[in-house]
Design a protein around this ligand. Structure first.
Ligand SMILES: [Zn+2]
Length: 676
């Protein structure tokens, strides 16, 4: 295997490098989430971090990386503990498609049952203990793995149980994730687990781009040679990080700095106190990294910029990032604290000082002098550089539309949103489905619903069904002792059922009749509510609009609900109503998606009053769409005293249901569509 790209060869991406260094100096900061489009080398930079982390002293013979200074008495390998040794720090990668066993380790029940030996193979959580756990495309991680990860991160312990046999071991790790926000957002609980977030984008500066490309070419031509030429600078950086770790316990967080932190956190309306703590820890790490023994306002500013963006209360559609001016205003509002001797603060994780680094501080070089640490503008930008104002997307066209007086023919802004009823695809997807939270689907996770003969490699043993299958044969197999005589043919697999995400295809009537009397505003509000719901259920969404003489695929299937919201807001309205065209376009989109993403079931939401004034009557097109097998819901937008009931008939033609716009709200739940 060729050498990884060296950290010190990375050009630009200052925030990302700084965030990683902060965490290397103080693991208590709690990791980094890196957001950015493809091709920004974010994974490369994260992987390069491993070379900078101080080594870890471990107990010999222990697969769970017990600390020789405080070995875990409950360690599964406690009986094999043998002296002390030392190993390099680890950066363990959790692949998005990993099985539960791979993550938490596997209890080999087949072996346990047939030989009586308890067999536990440690998983990635054990490997990552006292190191880094890295998840590329963390937003695509299966819900079930996310839950396991959150449990382990919260407890610092991984707990595995199979049919009453249990094992537990320590699992404390730095969580680093990278993601492309266009492919979907993170669950809030997981988002909150990351200490810092960084947005990355490729530099727009030609000279810098040229350097990036030149270095990349040199690396690809000769990875080992290239890495060797940066080995010394990487080693220097590692030594500086180790030095900063040693300095960290002596760094002081003065009363004024603490006041600055709490003022900022309050100004940006963050949830709970976790943000304040992370900010304090990051500011302390920054001071240690700069070779200072006291936190400054610049440390606080930089820490806030990295620790607060993902903790602000905001809707999924608001732009991420912090407003620099608001940051400065909040800092300016802090009253100076009268000068006095800084008091030593109580130790402990909640005292505003980080826990002393538990890993590797002793193995670290102590020769690093403060000067070099403070001088590393090459690899860690100084706070001044790092806080230069950046363009922050604070105003959206949607906002402007909302405040502008309505012009004739201008798109109507969405009306109020609400919590919609849960629309589900009926039945259970036997093919596994895409991870999500909408409709029922079989899968490797979820609740146990039955047992069957294994269909492939045994994923999850159903113990009682296996024993029941073996029981009738015990006499014939010559069972003598206490153990059960098992054959491979007895094994039964657990069948589990969880939730899947769907493709929610909106087909929206944007004709003139819908645009009348601000009706479209209510319709957009309803669709936006369904989009918010789809975001939480991790669906893919797509949007077709029909008006005048044709139907438009306004938004092809995507996981970016933000994109859908923008297109919806800007949707033009007016003209005739080609309902058939809309339905046929939907059938086309479904046919393509059935090939591209076959396991994902579709839910078509037709938003219309059922009228058609252009093209043929919708009966044939509806039958055609119904044959695609997708579940259909018609949202009936007909209003007024005299109702024609056309949308209800369309619902029947589509083999689905119709519900009135007002019934979409969860409060007006009718139960009709809760077919799950
Ligand atoms: Zn151990």
């Amino acid at each position: 295997m060729s050498a990884p790209y060296p950290f010190s060869a990375v050009v630009g991406l200052d925030d990302l490098r700084l965030a990683l260094v902060i965490n290397a100096v103080s693991p208590a900061v709690g990791g980094v989430l890196v957001r950015g489009e493809k091709g920004t080398a974010k994974s490369t930079v994260v992987r390069a971090l491993a070379a900078l982390l101080p080594g870890v002293p471990v107990v010999g013979g222990c697969r769970f990386s017990c600390d020789p200074a405080a070995p875990d008495p409950a360690c599964p390998d406690a009986t094999r503990h043998d002296g002390a040794t030392w190993r390099p720090a680890r950066l363990v990668e959790l692949p998005v498609g990993a099985t539960e066993d791979r993550l938490v380790g596997s209890l080999d029940l087949e072996r346990a049952l047939t030989t009586g030996v308890s067999a536990y193979e440690p998983g990635l959580l054990a490997a990552a203990h006292r190191g880094v756990l890295y998840v590329d495309e963390v937003n695509l991680l299966h819900d079930h793995l996310v839950d396991l990860l959150l449990d382990a991160a919260a407890l610092g312990t991984s707990y595995v149980e199979r049919e009453g046999v249990s094992v537990q071991h320590a699992a404390r790790f730095l969580l680093v994730g990278t993601m492309n926000p266009e492919e979907g957002e993170l669950r809030p609980q997981l988002l909150d687990r990351f200490g810092l977030t960084v947005e990355v984008a490729a530099t727009r500066e030609p000279t810098e781009r040229a350097t990036v490309v030149r270095r990349r070419l040199a690396y690809e031509a000769d990875p080992d040679g290239f890495a060797a030429s940066y080995a010394d600078t990487d080693a220097d950086l590692a030594a500086q990080i180790a030095g900063a770790r040693q300095r960290l316990p002596q760094v002081l967080l003065g009363d004024h700095s603490l006041r600055e932190i709490t003022t900022l956190c309050a100004a940006f309306d963050v949830d709970g106190l976790r943000a304040d703590l992370v900010c304090a820890k990051a500011a302390l790490a920054l001071a240690a990294w700069a070779g200072r023994d006291q936190v400054t306002t610049d440390d606080v500013r930089t820490a806030a910029r990295l620790a607060l963006p993902h903790r602000r209360r905001r809707t999924p559609f608001e732009a991420p990032g912090l407003d620099e001016q608001q940051l400065q205003d909040a800092l300016d509002s802090v009253e100076p604290v009268p000068e006095r001797e800084p008091e030593p603060e109580p130790p402990g994780p909640d005292g505003g000082r980080p826990e002393p680094p538990s890993d590797g501080a002793d193995g670290a070089s102590s020769e690093t002098d403060q000067q070099t640490a403070a001088d590393r503008s090459d690899s860690a930008p100084s706070p001044e550089e790092a806080t230069q104002p950046q363009p922050v997307g604070t105003s959206s066209t949607a906002d402007q539309d909302r405040t502008a007086p309505p012009r004739p023919g201008a798109p109507q802004a969405p009306g109020e949103t609400f919590a919609p009823v849960a629309l589900r695809v009926p039945g259970v997807n036997r093919r596994g489905g895409a991870a999500g939270r909408r409709s029922r689907a079989e899968g490797g996770s979820g609740r146990l619903t039955g047992a069957r003969l294994p269909t492939g490699r045994l994923q999850s043993l159903h113990l009682s069904a296996t024993l029941r299958a073996a029981a009738p044969h015990q006499h014939r197999r010559g069972r003598a002792g206490t153990g059960v005589v098992l054959r491979t043919t007895d094994l039964r697999e657990a069948v589990r059922e969880g939730r899947e995400g769907n493709l929610v295809l909106f087909v929206v009537d944007a004709s003139g009749s819908m645009a009348a009397r601000q009706r479209m505003s209510a319709v957009k509000g309803a669709v936006l509510s369904l989009l918010l719901d789809a975001y939480q259920r991790r669906d893919k969404v797509a949007l077709i609009s029909f008006r005048r003489h044709a139907a438009d695929l306004v938004l092809p299937p995507t996981s970016s609900v933000e994109a859908a919201a923008v297109r919806l807001t800007d949707l033009p309205t007016g003209g005739r109503t080609p309902l058939s065209a809309g339905l046929l376009r939907a059938a086309e989109v479904l046919a393509v998606e059935a090939v591209r993403d076959p396991a994902r079931r579709a839910l078509v939401v037709v938003v219309t009053d059922g009228r058609h004034t252009s093209g043929p009557a919708p009966k044939l097109a509806a039958a055609h769409l119904a044959r695609s097998g997708a579940a259909c819901v018609v949202v009936d937008c007909e209003s007024g005293l005299v109702r024609l009931g056309l949308a209800v008939r369309l619902g029947e033609q589509l083999g689905g249901v119709a519900l009135r716009l007002e019934e979409l709200s969860a409060e007006a739940l009718t139960g009709v569509v809760r077919a799950a």
